[in-house]
Design a protein around this ligand. Structure first.
Ligand SMILES: C[S@@+](CC[C@H](N)C(=O)[O-])C[C@H]1O[C@@H](n2cnc3c(N)ncnc32)[C@H](O)[C@@H]1O
Ligand code: SF4
Length: 390
């Protein structure tokens, strides 16, 4: 059977953080969440038959803030997942957790419902950073959430850290990474602040005291060095894991493997097509309300990817991983020689040291990873004509 990742979007937060443009609303009403999970269950019933040839070996509850679900709501979702899809007995089941929304008892109930991996949104252990970012929690809450996760017997705990926040210093990033290394966590995601259009940070961008380019670069390189030194192996531009703790679900995104995303704003790569659902909770609820059904309006984008674009997409995604491109795997997947198509394009970056030759192909050096978006934009051409493809 083919494997599939399942993403479940929970679009509710206590309040919106200043930098965030993930689709979510500041609303924690139990009745709204109850209506939402009923719509999710109907959505699963719609896709279950289409996924009957797949086995799901990763489930990811993302948001928004999935940790705002109560035990009964999570149990209901898990029961519906199990009745609609084939679930692997060794499924990785992750949940994003905001430290301001959980305690040991709640985490223990999540564990009992089948969650076996947590991704805790710490962002920083410095209270001033958290305040500037509009987070609802303190550093104390973050320590407690990590501790409570261990008490609740989670054997796979990840934390998110951000760098490049307003007024943040290099020393504060060093302290954050050292603190993370001293705690019992298995995985760290390290994100550089992106000022996303339409967020409060974007509207105030001229007033924000952001670190300059050189400092931000130093933050990334120093943090990567410290994490590697503490036993976290970098496996993707922003992701670091202890042995065997790389996130199976997120790896599917970068390996261009299949996943199905349910909920408003969720994206899928399923049965050779990429699609997403509109970012509207009310449309989502109406779509599965038998009296109003608007289900055909729910799909936002539907892209049947031509074969040559699949190659471009594969190269773009795999280059994010530290293993980079495996030329033999590329040939196996596309029946083409990677060097025939891409060598001339990557040569300038091999010469500049941004791309290095590996045992099996090519990968970014750390310098290359830092400017990967710039380089990939120059290497990848989705409209490129590749002989032998159409
Ligand atoms: C959906 S959120 C995580 C879960 C939870 N809602 C929370 O915030 O604790 C995913 C992560 O993306 C990162 N993130 C969100 N917006 C970002 C931005 N504009 N720039 C960089 N990282 C961002 C944060 O580290 C955040 O924890
Ligand atoms: S970062 Fe997390 S808690 Fe903050 S608004 Fe975004 S999804 Fe919600």
């Amino acid at each position: 059977m083919k494997t599939l990742g399942l993403y479940i979007h929970i679009p509710f937060c206590m309040s919106k953080c200043e930098y965030c443009d993930f689709y979510s609303v500041a609303n924690n009403s139990e009745s709204l969440k109850d209506r939402y999970i009923n719509a999710l269950a109907a959505h699963m019933k719609e896709y279950g038959p289409q996924a009957r040839d797949y086995v799901i070996n990763s489930i990811y509850f993302g948001g928004g803030t999935p940790s705002l679900l109560n035990e009964k709501q999570l149990k209901f979702i898990m029961k519906n997942i199990k009745s609609c899809f084939n679930i692997s007995p060794i499924c990785e089941t992750s949940m994003e957790v905001n430290p301001g929304t959980v305690d040991a008892e709640k985490l223990s109930s999540f564990r009992k419902c089948g969650i076996n991996r947590l991704s805790i949104g710490v962002q920083s252990f410095v209270d001033d950073d958290l305040k500037a970012a509009g987070r609802i929690h303190s550093s104390e809450d973050a320590y407690k959430a990590i501790n409570d996760a261990r008490k609740a017997k989670f054997g796979n705990v990840s934390i998110d850290l951000m760098y490049g926040l307003p007024n943040q210093t290099l020393q504060s990033v060093v302290d954050n990474v050292n603190t993370a290394s001293g705690l019992e966590v298995d995985h760290v995601s390290l994100y550089g602040l992106k000022i996303e259009e339409g967020t409060p940070f974007w509207f105030n961008r001229h007033k924000l005291m952001l670190p300059d380019e050189e400092t931000e670069r130093n933050m990334y390189f120093t943090a990567v060095g410290l994490l590697e030194h503490s036993g976290f192996r970098q496996y993707e531009i922003s992701n670091f894991a202890k042995r065997n703790k790389a996130c199976r679900h997120n790896l599917k995104y970068w390996r261009a493997s299949e996943y199905l995303g349910l909920g408003p704003g969720a994206h899928s790569y399923f049965a050779g097509k990429r699609f997403s659902f509109k970012k509207s909770i009310s449309l989502y609820l109406d779509s599965f309300d038998p009296s109003k059904t608007t289900v055909e309006q729910l799909v936002d984008e539907y892209i049947d990817i031509p074969y040559s674009s699949r190659i471009a997409e594969y190269v773009m995604l795999n280059f994010r991983l530290n293993l980079g491109i495996d030329c033999q795997a590329f040939r196996k997947q596309f029946g083409q020689n990677f060097n025939d198509i891409y060598y001339d394009r990557i040569l300038p970056y091999i010469n500049s040291g941004h791309i290095v030759k590996t045992k099996n192909g090519y990968a970014f050096s750390l310098d290359g990873m830092y400017v990967s978006n710039y380089i990939l934009a120059r290497i990848i051409d989705f409209d490129m004509i590749i002989p032998g493809t159409n």
